[in-house]
Design a protein around this ligand. Structure first.
Ligand code: HEM
Length: 404
């Protein structure tokens, strides 16, 4: 199934884990759009890869022909509880289950609710920078971007923020390393599962106002929310909230470290940061999802059979010249920017307000304290890809505090 053979034909034999593609996927999508807008590969269980805005949106909006039963970019085993119930979260549910279950969690991610965490995120960002500013160098991905999302999601779930390093390791195990290594994935899936079983048991004894307690206390159609749904959704919060935002903050800092004119502009005009964040989300969209065809169907004329996997390459859609002027350019004050980095249709990201706030704060606080910085060694930057793409090691240098 899996192969590491170099790719010769991206239209009919692409490899989403190809190291060159992970590092820079954009030329491949640019070529495919003109040549074969729905590519196919037998690698990693087989999948189709639409690369235009129209085809990606079509599939994302079509829950009738495409199920979210399996959303991994490569096949992974389905998890069940001891009674044989599939552990299904909103992200892996279809209608009619999906809508009421999603509605239960919406209040935790409303713009107003998210503002509660802004000050805390600002303090956290300053504290992290304080830890390395005197060194004159840092790993902007590892020492900074990676540190923010797990601490904020811990607040929402009422779990121990001091365990953030563990949370990130577990999520990387499931979402990154585990996609190509089933043993690693199962190891970390079980760690996350056992951790939340204990947390759920604790909340039953001592309820709070966190998301776990609220789900335990909620009803759908007069019935308690099934335990396999609660378990899957609290686990999803960790998995969905960490790698994604870490990657987005990291990509934005990588861009600023390599584009001094954009960096200087945001230092001079910090009010532009929310607009720039949308452009970073468009140009460096981290997330690719998948669907399985529920029926024999077609995408842009290419037949897709029932059960076959289709990748939702939101990063490719967001660089389609049919929709975005100069799509390969990062224009930090881009005025019209209807990107789909957070997906489209019924599964559109539940955490988008939170992710935006974290990105805005992370960039603003960094630029206030470290207005000048650059890549220490561009060759030393490493990227993860597949389901979530972003820098994992991003060494930067800057004048140390005594020089500021
Ligand atoms: C920049 C950061 C983020 C990006 C780019 C992102 C992207 C996405 C995308 C593309 C989807 C659609 C999935 C699909 O169509 O199958 C999604 C769904 C989701 N995201 Fe995010 N996400 C981010 C951050 C977060 C955060 C911080 C959370 C909070 C815990 C979160 C929670 C969720 C949830 C729960 C869903 C499933 C929604 C549903 O199925 O109804 N995400 N995200």
């Amino acid at each position: 199934m899996a192969t590491t053979e170099p790719v010769e034909d991206w239209a009919e034999d692409f490899d989403i884990f190809d190291p060159g593609f992970v590092k820079d996927p954009y030329p491949v999508w640019r070529d495919l759009r003109g040549q074969c807008p729905v590519a196919h590969s037998d690698r990693w269980g087989g999948s189709y890869m639409p690369s235009t805005f129209e085809t990606v949106s079509q599939v994302a909006h079509d829950a009738e022909n495409f199920t979210s039963f399996e959303v991994g970019v490569a096949p992974v085993p389905i998890a069940y509880d001891d009674d044989g119930n599939r552990l299904r979260s909103v992200i892996s549910s279809d209608p009619p289950d999906h809508t009421p279950e999603r509605r239960l969690m919406l209040p935790f991610f409303s713009p107003k609710r998210v503002e509660r965490y802004r000050e805390h995120t600002e303090e956290l960002a300053r504290r992290l920078i304080g830890g390395f500013i005197e060194d004159g160098r840092a790993d902007a991905a590892g020492d900074y971007a990676r540190q923010i999302p797990p601490r904020i999601i811990a607040e929402i779930l009422g779990i121990d923020p001091e365990m953030s390093d563990d949370f990130t390791t577990w999520v990387q195990g499931v979402l990154e390393l585990g996609l190509t290594d089933p043993e690693i994935r199962e190891k970390y899936r079980i760690i996350i599962q056992d951790f939340f079983l204990e947390e759920i048991a604790r909340r039953k004894e001592e309820p709070g106002d966190d998301l776990i307690s609220v789900l335990l206390d909620s009803e759908i159609d007069g019935e308690p929310v099934p335990m396999h749904v609660i378990r899957a959704n609290v686990g999803l919060m960790l998995v969905a909230g960490i790698d994604t935002t870490w990657s987005s903050i990291g990509s934005a800092l990588w861009h600023l470290a390599t584009h001094p004119e954009d960096r200087q502009r945001l230092v001079d005009e910090p009010e532009l940061i929310p607009v720039a964040v949308e452009e970073f989300l468009r140009a460096y969209s981290p997330v690719t999802m998948a669907r399985l065809a529920r029926n024999d169907t077609e995408i842009a004329g290419r037949p897709v059979k029932r059960g076959e996997r289709v990748l939702l390459s939101f990063p490719a859609a967001n660089r389609d010249p049919e929709v975005f002027d100069d799509p390969e350019e990062v224009i930090i004050d881009r005025a019209v920017n209807r990107h789909i980095a957070f997906g489209a249709g019924i599964h559109r990201c539940l955490g988008s307000n939170l992710a935006r706030m974290e990105m805005q704060v992370a960039i603003a606080e960094w630029l206030k304290l470290i207005p000048e910085f650059e890549c220490e060694d561009p060759e030393a930057v490493t990227w993860a890809g597949g389901q979530v793409r972003g820098p994992r090691h991003l060494p930067v240098t800057f004048p140390n505090r005594s020089a500021l």
